[in-house]
Design a protein around this ligand. Structure first.
Ligand SMILES: C[S@@+](CC[C@H](N)C(=O)[O-])C[C@H]1O[C@@H](n2cnc3c(N)ncnc32)[C@H](O)[C@@H]1O
Length: 305
């Protein structure tokens, strides 16, 4: 949805943009192509492979600065570059990148065998294997149900705990097989372990916590009139973004019985258009885009007062 991102950001030639999910730099490249010599992009990603890619790109592109960090540290990163309240637009394209999914060594996918890792930054936190080999059955079940919306969470959690009793889990295909044995393959074209892998990935990378932490920070680093664009992929992400924007657009809260005039309500953002979904053509060339939803909002002058 690169074209839609650039449009929603309404990129200004001399603007300052933050791409908080650099990946392989598709959005950064598109933004840079609209900028003049005074424009700049601060890009962030926690993945060391994204860092390598950005390093190469920034050798030939002085308008690009990259920081390897979690986007929950956004305010600090932006502040250390002297850009608080000076960001013209910020994009968050959530979830995993195609290179992360396609590299079996990263352990995100059941399409090939690899170590059961799934960390976006493999130098931080617990790997999926470490988590799965120590988590209680109940917590695993809740994780599968909540983050994976997995109907068979009970069966899967029981099977994982039984399997690890004889030998710790360590490989992606091992986990995929355990799941496939207890889950009927009910959705055509979808591996029975799809929801399990998604839930564990979201757990290992604390994806919802990261998102809830970055949204208010994103708003506070923007300049008045600056734009926030978020692409989410999962119903819990859609909900978190929608609720945050709705609340920010509804303005200051007053007791219901207090007489308040319209100009006292002071919304922090204006929501721009309805949520956008990718077109059929994009879904055909990139089936992973099918659940994407783009939301955009503009910061008002009230937000920092
Ligand atoms: C869907 S991809 C972005 C693809 C990118 N727009 C492009 O054009 O290549 C999401 C990226 O965000 C990164 N990411 C996800 N959560 C993050 C977080 N909490 N902090 C920093 N980076 C994160 C992932 O490592 C991944 O590279």
């Amino acid at each position: 949805m690169t074209r839609e991102v650039v449009q929603a950001l309404n990129v200004q030639v001399d603007g300052t943009y933050v791409d908080a999910t650099f990946g392989r730099g598709g959005h950064t490249r598109a933004i840079l192509s609209c900028l003049g010599p005074a424009g700049r992009v601060l890009a962030i990603d926690r993945d060391p492979e994204a860092h390598r890619c950005a390093k190469q790109m920034s050798e030939a592109e002085s308008r690009l600065t990259f920081v390897q960090a979690s986007f929950s540290e956004l305010f600090e990163m932006v502040n250390s570059h002297g850009l608080v309240h000076r960001v013209t637009g910020l994009v968050l394209d959530l979830g995993v990148s195609s290179p992360q999914l396609d590299s079996h060594e990263r352990g995100f996918s059941f399409n090939g065998d690899g170590p059961l890792d799934m960390r976006m930054n493999p130098d931080m936190g617990q790997s999926a294997a470490e988590w799965l080999n120590t988590v209680t059955e109940e917590r695993l079940r809740n994780c599968l149900r909540e983050l994976g919306e997995e109907r068979y969470s009970r069966r899967i959690a029981r099977a994982v705990v039984a399997a690890r009793a004889s030998r710790p889990l360590s490989r992606t295909l091992e986990l995929a097989d355990i799941v496939a044995h207890v889950v009927p393959s009910r959705e055509p074209g979808k591996h029975p372990a799809t929801r399990t892998f998604q839930a564990i990935r979201m757990q290992v990378n604390q994806e919802l916590g990261e998102l809830k932490s970055v949204l208010p920070q994103a708003l506070s680093v923007l300049e008045p009139g600056g734009r926030l664009v978020v692409i989410s992929f999962h119903s819990l992400e859609h909900r978190a973004v929608k609720q945050f924007l709705r609340q920010s657009a509804s303005g200051d809260r007053y007791p219901p019985d207090l007489p308040v005039t319209h100009d006292q309500i002071r919304p922090a953002v204006k929501i721009l258009s309805k949520p956008l979904r990718p077109g059929q053509q994009e879904i055909e060339t990139n089936p992973r885009a099918r659940s994407a939803v783009l939301r955009a909002a503009e910061k008002t002058g009230h937000a920092d007062s």
